[in-house]
Ligand binder design. Structure first.
Ligand code: PGA
Length: 246
């Protein structure tokens, strides 16, 4: 698995007509030096997988259910994601934690289900603004890592996404990002030993073409989880180029 990753999270955006953005990305970044993954809404996964076939671009889901199958109306299993062409799934995004009441145990169960079918789990952690103001950031992240991760570090990516930085145009300082990413690497080292060095640590929250380069130069930042700026190939392509150059 590539250690350096540019991941696009389309959230609840994207119609069939937007697949043209993927064709553009594919033609302009046919041989990226980093892993490139787009996580579209579930409705587009299979079609997008067809569009990226033969290229280095990968496709992922934004959530999955913890159960293998069954009576869960509206939900999607990890196996269904894989069947549709996904290789990864985002889990525990703060919008899922907030909108759907997902706690660490839920995220961990989903990560276990995803890894059981060979999907790489992109587990998101991040503090709210109130937690940050109260000086609790490091404790919150440690607790979320302890509660959300499984025992499998091979099919794992961790994304640090301060909740207050998502979609706001605000980001932590580079020093703050370094402090958090160094702390996460150390935390993973305590848990997984030498294998922790291979786990991609992504920063997410208002990553744009204009700030990607400086963020990618930060210690223990292996790439980004990008929301708004992943929707247009022109923007996301610049972020991929910045990661390639880092
Ligand atoms: P943003 O979202 O880049 O639009 O801030 C990031 C995310 O939520 O993954």
């Amino acid at each position: 698995m590539a250690r350096r990753m540019a991941v696009g999270n389309w959230k609840m955006n994207g119609l069939v007509q937007d697949l043209g953005e993927i064709d553009l990305l594919k033609s302009e970044h046919s041989a990226p030096g980093c892993g490139v993954l787009i996580c579209p809404p579930a409705t587009l996964i299979a079609r997008m997988a067809d569009h990226v076939a033969g290229s280095a671009i990968m496709v992922g889901g934004q959530d999955c259910h913890a159960a293998e199958a069954g009576a869960h109306t509206g939900d999607i299993s990890a196996l269904m994601l894989r069947d549709a062409g996904a290789s990864h799934v985002i889990l525990g995004h703060s919008e899922r934690r907030a909108d759907h009441g997902e706690d660490d145990a839920t995220v961990q169960a989903k990560a276990r289900a995803a890894q059981a079918v060979g999907l790489t789990a992109i587990v998101c952690v991040g503090e709210t603004e109130a937690q940050r103001d109260a000086g609790e950031t490091l404790d919150v992240i440690s607790r979320q890592l302890d509660g959300s991760l499984t025992d499998d570090p091979a099919l794992l990516i961790v994304a640090y996404e301060p909740v207050w930085a998502i979609g706001t145009g605000r980001t932590p300082t580079l020093e703050e990002i370094a402090q958090l990413h160094d702390a996460m690497r150390a935390h993973l080292g305590d848990r997984f030993g030498d294998k922790a060095a291979d786990i991609p640590l992504l920063y997410g929250g208002s990553v744009k073409p204009g700030n990607a380069g400086e963020i990618f130069a930060v210690s223990n930042v292996d790439g980004a989880l990008v929301g708004g700026a992943s929707l247009k190939a022109a923007d996301f392509g610049q972020i991929i180029a910045a990661l390639d150059a880092a």
